[in-house]
Design a protein around this ligand. Structure first.
Ligand code: NAD
Length: 458
């Protein structure tokens, strides 16, 4: 396995050294190939996502296929400009001179992807890597096997196979890949494995981007348009892969006085979306596998919270389905409040004053996303200024990740580095500092002998 991995990297390095991937034309051809793949094989992609996650067709299209196409189309539109060296100011020390920042591809990139958006989170980093002129290996998640084998087949069919490769597999295959020397590793997944990636990368001094997770809070103030707020919380939690989303609201915070109103609004909107028997709804993804189903059951069965379920709680182990579930007033030391939920359970905790929610959030690790619903400008500013998170939305959930002019990435335990739009191009480029001078203006002051007069002139 190690030998195969070494040969794979050597082959890609030879392609990179040939210079082929650096040209604008090659990059454009590969971006167009991804769009073609997404257009022509839409049915296969939707089928694989249905098979792996029972992902509704609407969500597969809007969250995965169209996300990839959007990234390609932006890159196709902007690439010429992104590749153009950026003029930089010079100082009197170098006068006369000019300077520029040249974006140079890094070389051979490893992308290790995850299972919750297995199409988007595999191809989106590849779009960044090829836009920047690199060769790349994708290791999709073994937890979504239909999408993994589809990606392997389609990427080899549509893209330049001397520059873009897919290696399917689990821990042994990934370990063999991690032993190789890469020019950058882009990893999406858990903090636990993130640490393994970082340690492996350190051996070769390879830079990494870690797109991790965490517990994303949503704070709901009393003065909000409750119907809209409830719908948007539901959209981010249950209409996005049934809670199996890194930026989904993990837990909600509101005031003691307002909690029952928030719960009623959430229940009322949930019933409109998924009916009274949500396990039968075709608009809810299933839990990805029995390990994750059992993990979520354990969170619900924890004796500290088992009597705290105020809505939902139904499950169907055979079909790996769990209904949207709300828990109220869960203790801080319960399991559900101490690990990332990554599923359809939403615990709600309360504070006396809504401002206290900021301390509750800041007492935990920095989340990938934080959300606030309020009509009060002062609270909004305090939240933005005081809560550290990868990103945030005010009066919305999750949509910050769809704005390509915003960077997407974590901070602290939720990750390092970012991508999306131009940030993806930058993530896979080295910013090379270039100073240009002519032979004119060669001041003698910088050369020995270092006389006191010369020092005075500086
Ligand atoms: P995971 O870390 O278990 O798996 C992700 C990848 O790592 C897979 O390709 C897997 O094969 C590989 N892997 C697993 N164990 C490994 C090991 N010991 N050595 C080397 N490679 C290994 O993560 P997951 O369960 O697939 O994903 C869930 C986590 O991912 C959640 O925490 C979620 O928040 C996070 N996530 C983050 C983002 C983001 O963009 N920030 C997106 C989706 C998911």
């Amino acid at each position: 396995m190690a030998l195969e991995a070494a040969q794979l990297v050597a082959g890609l390095r030879a392609t990179f050294v040939s210079g082929k991937t650096k040209s604008y034309e090659w990059r454009v051809s590969q971006l167009k190939a991804v769009v073609k793949l997404a257009d022509e094989r839409e049915k296969d992609i939707i089928g694989a996502l249905r098979s792996d996650l029972n992902k509704p067709e609407f969500e597969s299209y809007v969250h995965e296929i169209s996300g990839v196409k959007k990234s390609c189309k932006l890159a196709l539109k902007e690439l010429q400009q992104w590749m153009t060296p950026e003029k930089a100011k010079t100082s009197s020390t170098t006068f006369p001179s000019s300077a520029e920042i040249v974006s140079e591809p890094l070389g051979v990139i490893l992308v290790i992807s995850t299972w919750n958006y297995p199409f988007l989170l595999s191809l989106d980093p590849i779009v960044g890597a090829i836009s920047a002129g690199n060769t790349v290996v994708l290791k999709p998640s073994e937890i979504t096997p239909a999408t993994s084998s589809m990606l392997s087949k389609l990427i080899h069919e549509y893209m330049d196979s001397s520059a873009v490769k897919v290696v399917e597999g689990a821990v042994p295959e990934t370990t063999a890949l991690l032993e190789q020397k890469w020019d950058k590793i882009f990893y999406t997944g858990s903090c636990k494995v993130g640490r393994i990636i970082l340690a492996a990368a350190a051996k070769h001094l390879t830079p990494v981007i870690l797109e991790l997770g965490g517990k994303c809070p949503v704070v709901v103030d009393e003065n909000v348009n409750l119907e809209v707020a409830a719908r948007r919380i539901i959209a981010g939690k249950w209409c996005s892969n049934n809670g199996q989303t890194c930026v989904a609201p993990d837990y909600a915070i509101t005031t003691k006085a307002f909690a029952s109103k928030l719960i009623d609004a959430l229940i009322s909107e949930l019933e409109k979306f998924f009916g009274k028997e949500p396990l039968k709804s075709q608009d809810l993804s299933r839990i990805v596998n029995s390990n994750h189903f059992n993990r979520l059951e354990k969170l619900m069965n924890d004796e500290k919270v088992s009597d705290k379920i105020v809505h939902g709680g139904q499950r169907d182990e055979t079909n790996l389905k769990i209904a949207p579930t709300i828990l109220f007033d869960v203790p801080e030391d319960s399991l559900i409040m101490n690990e990332e939920i990554f599923g359809p359970l939403l615990p709600i905790i309360t504070v006396n004053k809504i401002e206290d929610s900021i301390n509750v959030i800041n007492a935990r690790e920095k989340p990938l996303a934080a959300y606030l619903f309020t009509d009060e400008k002062r609270l909004e500013e305090e939240f933005i200024g005081s809560v550290s998170a990868g990103g945030m939305s005010i009066n919305e959930t999750t949509l910050q990740v769809t704005v390509n002019s915003l960077p997407f990435g974590g901070v602290g335990e939720s990750g390092m580095g970012s991508y999306h739009g131009k940030f993806s191009f930058d993530a896979f480029s080295h910013k090379k500092a270039v100073l240009r001078r002519s032979f004119a203006g060669d001041a003698a002051t910088r050369y020995p002998p270092y006389t006191p007069e010369k020092l005075r002139l500086i």
